[in-house]
Design a protein around this ligand. Structure first.
Ligand code: KE4
Length: 441
């Protein structure tokens, strides 16, 4: 904590936290928001505009988690707000088909050629859960391969050695998941093709699908090793298993067509979320037509949702993707340049202060891994990420928050920025980092 910076007034947030704890476990509706991994009390957000959040006590923060990815255009982007307002005037939900669903689907399939058909759901969890069910039905097989540190939402079978909040709280999985279900999930080290080969050899003809984050965000940011994704695609094709690429975080983030575009990868099924809803609840699972047509009402795989394709969420998604598609040539180079300036600027300040850290970044998603020893090594899988000095990250997080920079509250999360982050936010963030690292003994 930088003693030169007065502790911000958080009186109203503290009162709101106390009230929230009467209603919600830990006072939150999603565990990682509780700041348990970084310490300190979470500010309560009252409003946001562009790159900036304002809390209940009027403190302002540069936002580097962006609702955990969705807010790539910044908060309260005018055309997104107008689209939601316009849709809301015609009611919030019908539970019946609307043209807007295909309007958004057209934009998604234009960005993701691997998605020939899709279905909207209301969260990334629903998207991956449904994709897994489809894969098991399509192959007649039961076993799923996932990777340590990857998080695909909180459906039972995918909480085995998951990332994000599961890694943040250092729990191997989750209570309440029956052994009978957990044993159908094999969790392997990321960036390790021989481990996948061995799994297929040990379970011939039994693996329904391999699901992964093509760029891990939920162990902190871990890019795929060269050849890794292509190797996984070749292995799954050879073994008759489906490849499910979970682009909930990376879709529209690292490129308009996500990691599939960035790395030239094909997939049998793709899941999307976050940005695709422009901040409203939207998940997507989609892929080859023959697979998707196994879904009810055409086929035997059941999946449904009261608010799937919700008109307000469709409007927000259409407005967001419309802007990204129209301005991709400027947007992604801008995000790259801003993220490079911020991430390398902070890493330089840390190096000057002799604080060892490893920076992993792909486009506008990144993580500064605080090393436990003097020589920061590469972070290419969860086991290496788990070696980090999470207490050092916690001190950094608390100091930056006090200086008005709100980073994701966990060493095992990726940070994000959007098109509203510019030179002002770069200078502000680097000044806060300089303040912190100059005060570190
Ligand atoms: P949701 O069910 O939270 O919409 O999506 C689950 C999910 C699926 N796949 C990936 C790659 C994801 O990153 C996520 C959710 N990400 C976390 C943050 N790392 C959500 C934040 C939270 O849990 O509060």
């Amino acid at each position: 904590m930088n003693s030169r910076i007065p502790a911000p007034n958080r009186t109203r947030s503290q009162a709101f936290q106390q009230r929230a704890e009467r209603f919600f476990p830990g006072g939150v509706n999603s565990p990682v928001r509780a700041f348990r991994a970084v310490g300190g009390a979470p500010p309560f957000v009252e409003r946001a505009q562009g790159a900036w959040l304002t809390d209940a006590d009027g403190n302002r923060y540069v936002d580097y988690f962006g609702s955990w990815g969705p807010m790539i255009l910044g908060h309260a982007f005018p055309t997104v707000v107008e689209a939601i307002e316009r849709a809301a005037r015609h009611s919030a939900s019908f539970g019946a088909s609307t043209a807007a669903e295909a309007d958004l689907a057209e934009r998604i399939t234009a960005c993701f050629p691997a998605i020939e058909k899709l279905r909207f759901v209301s969260s990334g969890t629903e998207a991956t859960m449904s994709a897994i069910r489809l894969a098991r039905a399509a192959t007649g097989r039961k076993i799923i391969v996932k990777f340590e540190g990857c998080y695909h939402g909180h459906s039972d079978g995918l909480l085995v050695k998951a990332g994000s909040g599961v890694a943040t709280f250092g729990i191997p999985g989750s209570a309440g998941v029956p052994e009978e279900i957990a044993r159908l999930t094999l969790a392997l080290p990321y960036n390790d093709l021989p481990a996948v080969e061995a799994a297929f050899a040990a379970h011939p003809g039994q693996i329904a699908a391999v699901i992964l984050e093509p760029i891990v965000g939920n162990a902190g940011c871990i890019p795929p090793a060269p050849g890794y994704l292509a190797g996984l695609r070749a292995l799954t094709l050879r073994e008759g298993a489906l490849l499910i690429v979970d682009e909930v975080m990376t879709g529209f983030r690292v490129a308009l067509g996500g990691a599939l575009e960035l790395y030239g990868l094909d997939a049998d099924l793709v899941t999307l979320g976050k940005i695709v809803g422009g901040g409203l609840p939207v998940g997507v699972f989609g892929g080859k037509r023959a697979l998707m047509d196994l879904l009810a009402p055409l086929g035997p795989v059941y999946q449904a949702g009261t608010l799937s394709g919700n008109p307000l969420a469709m409007a927000a998604g259409i407005a967001t993707l419309s802007y990204l598609q129209a301005h991709a040539a400027e947007v992604y180079p801008q995000l790259e340049a801003t993220a490079k300036a911020i991430t390398e600027g902070v890493a330089t300040e840390a190096a000057r202060a002799g604080v060892p850290l490893t920076l992993n970044r792909v486009g506008s998603m990144w993580t500064w891994f605080f090393a436990a020893g003097p020589n920061p090594g590469p972070v290419t899988n969860y086991a290496q990420a788990a070696q980090c000095d999470t207490a050092a990250f916690g001190r950094f997080h608390r100091a930056m928050l006090a200086s008005g920079v709100w980073l994701p509250p966990s060493q095992f999360e990726a940070a994000f920025l959007g098109t509203a982050h510019g030179e002002t936010e770069v200078a502000f963030t680097l000044a806060a980092a300089r303040d912190y690292f100059s005060s570190v003994e």
